[in-house]
Structure formats: C-alpha cells, structure tokens
Design a protein around this ligand. Structure first.
Ligand SMILES: Cc1cc2nc3c(=O)[nH]c(=O)nc-3n(C[C@H](O)[C@H](O)[C@H](O)COP(=O)(O)OP(=O)(O)OC[C@H]3O[C@@H](n4cnc5c(N)ncnc54)[C@H](O)[C@@H]3O)c2cc1C
Length: 400
C-alpha cells in the first residue's frame, strides 16, 4: 500500500534507499535480521548510529539547531519505514528519543551543551529509571527518595526493569522529593552518572535467556542538584512530556517485514510429512488475517501522517496504533513458533557463528522465532500497557 507521496518525498525516499543500500554493511543487516527484541545489542546499534551521525541523520525528529535532521513528519516516516524494510538495526531510544527531547525542552544551556552532542554521537548511553517494584502503570506512586543534603540529593531505593542499565553510563530517573500532598506533585527528574558510588545493578534474565533488563539499587547515591532537569517537585511534567516520545513511532513497515519472513518460513518448512504449513488452510487463514490487519494498521498510520503533516494532533490514534501494532506482532510471533515447531527451542548455541553473537540463521528464521515470541510479549506491557491504552481510548473516543 503506497502513500500518496509528493515528487519531493519520492526524491527523498530514493535518496534514503540509495544511502541504505550503500551504508548498511552485511554484518549490520545480519544483526538487524537476527534481532530478537526491539532493543538491539549495543555493539550493532552504536556502529549504525556512528554511520548515521556522520551523515547527519541520526536524530530525525530533533531540530537542526541541536544537530537533528530537521525533517518533516512525512520524511521521518519515510526514513523509519525504509530503515525497517532494509533491515537496519534499531537505535537505542533512551537517549535519542526519550531524554534528548526533554533536555531540549527543560534543560539549562549548560545541560544542553553537555548532553545533546554526546547523545548524538553515542558517547553517552542512557537508561530510563522510571519503574519500581511497586510502581509501573501507577508510576506516580514511585518511592525512590531523594533527600537534599548540601548541594546534592541523596538517593535511596530501587528501580526495576531498567533496560540496558548494565551498558549505560547515564540514567534519567524520577525520584520522590516530597511525601505529602498529591503523589504527582512531589516528583523530581534527575540525570545521573552511572559510575556514582552506592549504585549497584542486578541482572534480570528474561525467559528468552537474554540479559536486557535489570534492577538497580541506590544506597546513599549522591546526585548534584545541578543535574536536576526542571524544577524540584515538577518532574511529573517532564516525565509526561517524555512519554509522548516513548509511545510514538511507526510499526507497519516492521510488521510487513515480519509477515514476509513468516510467509517464507511457512512456504519452506515441512511439518512432519504433511508438507509446508502454508498448504494448511487453517494456518493460511490466520496468516491472511494478520496480513489484512497489518494493511489496516498501515492505512491508519498513513492517515495519522497526513493529519500530522496538516498540523493536527494524532490524539487517541497513537494509543490505537500501539495496541494494534503490538498485538499483531504477538500473533505473528505465535504463528512463527508454530512453523518453527521442534526448532523453536530457546537456546541453540550451535547456531551461533564463532566469535559472534549473531545467530547464523538461514532464511527460515526458526532459530530466533521463540526468542522473538518471548521478548515481544513485553510489547503490550512497556510504553504504557495495552490495558492503559484502552482506558485512554475509552476516555477520549467513547467519552467514558
Ligand atoms: C522488557 C521490558 C523493558 C522495560 N524497560 C523499562 C525501562 O527501561 N525503564 C523503566 O522505567 N521501565 C521499564 N519497563 C517497565 C514497564 O514500563 C512496566 O512494566 C509497565 O509500566 C507496567 O508496570 P508493571 O510491570 O508494574 O505492571 P502493573 O502496573 O502492576 O500492571 C500489571 C497488570 O495490570 C494492568 N493494569 C494496571 N493498572 C491498570 C488500570 N488502571 N486499568 C487496567 N489495567 C491495569 C496492566 O495493564 C498489567 O496487565 C520495562 C518493562 C519490560 C517488560
């Protein structure tokens, strides 16, 4: 399904395609194809980030004055769709898509000058310290305390599900600076150096056997007050601004890639002596249902793009796309596991190429089907769970 592109947009799309064809190395394409989660191993995401940075394309949504590409919404959509189609590795979103825009909006000149260039270059790798063992969907109930002592805040408590905390050298976090009044009113947004004394990280190994998330403990961790983003007790405003960026992002192009991969697997794989699964009418019906759903998601994305281009707000459509996109992904993963059948075991070390952590997968992708299935369960939880998104739609669309 093609967008109605202007001549300038078509020229831009062709320029992006030519750049991707030339710049994506075989290793980066292989890493993109073997990715088992939206969060890529940093050695590949940072290598790709360096190439994009050199081209000036690393931050499509940032204004030019801060080193962004300065593109229109349509150009950003074209770029992300083309990257997905070409199999480019994803970039870590925590710096570029989350804290970066917040620093631009709420940071002091000193904070902007220090952090923004290092986010673009990949010199700083950020993690997000929002969730706690007792605070996820109900984020405002967070309890990590920050007590003032001289020119510092002193932090005690813990954060959980912190993606890539073990790789990050910086964390942005929400801490409680007041315990009375409305919970939202006593939260402060802080920027932290991960090398600070008193901070420790415990891995959480996922069902897929991967180390992606962590619990982080704070034991009298001192953060200079100069590292506060925005005013004390006003962190909720910054946090909400950041969530706008966490939720966004197109998904149809990535879903199309997954569907094509699934169809190829189903055409190739023999299920016992019954022939390829694509010949099974019930399987084919489920596959086609997903193809129809993804086509509908793509149309909705295009409509949202047109609305944005005309200066409108996407409103509840972003909640709908998040819900539909992640749930379609999960159904596609289920079908892929069915096709992979006995080859869907989680750990197949013999399939990993020597000296590399990219599985030497063939065109059927069976070797990563189960890891994708398990990791993508998280898609309906993070970025605001799908139940919460449904609440938002019920309020905004149905007026409930
Ligand atoms: C792989 C992964 C990576 C993550 N990375 C990060 C990270 O880097 N940084 C970070 O800060 N957090 C991260 N998270 C945490 C994520 O944001 C939370 O898991 C999410 O907000 C849900 O919170 P919770 O886990 O406490 O579940 P809960 O909030 O306890 O929810 C449990 C269930 O109850 C439902 N529920 C809760 N409230 C309502 C309601 N009002 N109405 C209807 N249903 C409701 C939820 O939808 C869910 O199904 C990550 C999570 C995962 C799985």
């Amino acid at each position: 399904m093609d967008l109605e592109l202007s001549a300038a947009d078509i020229a831009f799309r062709d320029e992006v395609r030519a750049f991707l064809a030339e710049s994506l190395t075989a290793e980066l394409r292989a890493a993109g194809a073997a990715a088992t989660s939206v969060f890529m191993d940093r050695r590949y995401s940072l290598a790709w980030q360096a190439i994009l940075h050199a081209k000036g394309w690393v931050a499509p949504s940032w204004p030019k004055q801060y080193g962004g590409a300065g593109w229109t919404d349509m150009q950003r959509y074209i770029f992300s769709s083309e990257c997905a189609r070409a199999g480019a590795p994803g970039l870590a979103p925590m710096g570029l898509r989350m804290v970066g825009p917040c620093i631009m909006r709420y940071g002091t000149d000193v904070q902007k000058a220090l952090h923004l260039p290092r986010i673009l270059s990949g010199e700083d790798y950020w993690c997000q310290g929002y969730s706690e063992p007792g605070a996820g969907s109900d984020l405002a109930s967070l309890q990590l305390r920050a007590d003032r002592d001289g020119d510092d805040y002193v932090l005690n408590g813990s954060k959980i599900w912190t993606t890539h905390a073990h790789w990050a050298n910086r964390m942005f976090l929400l801490a409680r600076t007041r315990f009375d009044g409305k919970p939202q009113a006593g939260i402060t947004f802080l920027l932290l150096d991960m090398a600070t004394r008193g901070l420790s990280i415990r891995p959480i190994i996922t069902l897929a056997g991967e180390h992606e998330v962590n619990q982080v403990f704070f034991d009298d961790v001192r953060v200079p007050m100069a590292n506060r983003l925005g005013e004390e007790d006003a962190g909720w405003t910054v946090a909400k601004y950041l969530l706008e960026f966490e939720r966004g992002g197109g998904s149809a192009a990535g879903l199309q890639v997954s569907l094509r991969r699934l169809r190829a697997m189903a055409e190739a794989e023999a299920s016992d002596d019954k022939g390829p699964l694509i010949d099974d009418m019930l399987f084919r019906r489920r596959l086609v249902a997903e193809e129809v759903t993804v086509a509908a998601i793509e149309m909705t994305e295009h409509r949202v793009m047109s609305a944005l281009a005309a200066g409108a707000n996407p409103g509840p459509a972003s909640s709908m796309l998040k819900t539909q996109g992640t749930e379609a992904m999960q159904r596609i993963d289920e079908l892929a596991v069915e096709v992979a059948a006995h080859y869907a075991a989680v750990d197949q070390p013999q399939a990993r190429a020597a000296g590399s952590n990219i599985p030497a997968i063939g065109p059927d992708h069976s070797l990563v089907a189960m890891a994708r299935y398990l990791n993508n369960r998280a898609g309906s939880i993070y970025g605001g769970s799908n139940e919460i998104q449904r609440d938002i739609m019920a309020r905004l669309v149905l007026g409930l």
